[in-house]
Design a protein around this ligand. Structure first.
Ligand code: RIB
Ligand code: CA
Length: 320
């Protein structure tokens, strides 16, 4: 049986690989994609999602328009040097992509109701939309979601956008704090594991020759652009981390990540804005059980590369 997944994303190169991975993985039934600002502006994020769904022949999957900026109202900075001007590296979704249907935010409520306790939310972008759910509809709005698989934060390692903070938490720290405090059953995939989820150019070259999927033409140009940026930022790096694939793979491969339960808080202001905090002392302060989040602290990196390769080599993507 496949997991019903509602994905919140901001494609972005690694988000785009996450969307392709979700469409190709037979254990995932992608039931909607909430596309908001983040790596690119909201409108571009929506177009990229629409392009990937159309390439995959899955225009039936609803796209929901997400947020255009963070709760603070601050101006958003985008990252064309990492993700490309349009978010897919050098690739521009074709002009023939027209009449993309975009659902309003309240479609999320409809989807939660439709899947009636059998829905996982995977979030790989800024946390603004999830926080808005609580702000708009109250603290119980997501009680029927079985679990939240989130990419965000950094524990006991440096950040990637400031010395302290990871990008998804930094750009909307108020939202990240809100979600970590109000959502239940959170499985968090921070930089300390996702930085190691490296895909090498050798794997990409192999897939760009041999992947029988409709995504084949995108794989190499999108990856190479993103990898070039990583090589500039992290001299000597052997490949590029596909952060956003990790929570989806962890969901469908329960032995991929080892988690430890701790209450996560997020700094909302000041120099450490966006920093994720948890008590890792051998005897941490006692916290109410419902406030604990599962923090990914170790991941099987060989398995990550193998499962990624196998998934992009799948010849058909009928759901099991
Ligand atoms: O820190 C990694 C996260 O920030 C990923 O979600 C990536 O897409 C970037 O925006
Ligand atoms: Ca992302």
């Amino acid at each position: 049986m496949a997991y019903n997944v509602l994905l919140f994303a901001d494609p972005g190169v690694d988000d785009s690989f996450a969307i392709m991975y979700a469409l190709l993985n037979p254990k995932i039934n992608l039931v909607g994609v909430v596309s908001g600002y983040g790596n690119t502006p909201k409108e571009q994020s929506i177009r990229n999602t629409a392009y990937l769904l159309s390439l995959g022949g899955r225009e039936d999957i609803p796209i929901i328009g997400g947020a255009a900026g963070p709760l603070s109202g601050e101006l958003v900075q985008y990252y064309p040097e990492i993700h490309g001007k349009e978010g897919l590296g050098p690739i521009k979704p074709p002009d023939t992509l027209k009449n993309v249907k975009v659902f309003d935010f309240n479609k999320i409520l409809e989807i939660i109701k439709q899947y009636n306790g059998n829905l996982i939310i995977v979030s790989v972008g800024r946390l603004t939309e999830l926080a808005l759910m609580f702000i708009l509809y109250g603290d119980n709005v997501l009680k029927d979601v079985s679990a939240f698989y989130i990419m965000g934060g950094a524990f006991l390692v440096p950040g990637n956008i400031t010395s302290e903070a990871e990008a998804n938490f930094f750009v909307d720290p108020i939202a990240a704090y809100t979600v970590m405090e109000k959502a239940h059953n959170i499985y968090l995939h921070p930089l300390n594991i996702t930085n190691k989820a490296i895909i090498t150019p050798e794997i990409i070259n192999y897939l760009s020759e041999n992947s029988p999927t409709p995504f084949k033409p995108l794989i190499k140009p999108a990856f190479d652009y993103y990898f070039n940026a990583y090589q500039t930022n992290v001299p000597g790096i052997k490949g590029a981390p596909l952060h956003d694939v990790v929570p989806l793979m962890a969901l469908t491969n329960p032995d991929l990540v080892k988690y430890i339960p701790r209450r996560v808080r997020v700094e909302q202001f000041g120099n450490a804005k966006g920093k994720s905090i948890a008590d890792f002392r051998p005897k941490p302060d006692k916290e109410p059980i419902e406030s604990l989040d599962y923090i990914g602290m170790e991941a099987n990196i060989q398995k990550f590369a193998q499962n990624f390769t196998d998934t992009f080599l799948r010849g058909e993507f009928q759901k099991e």
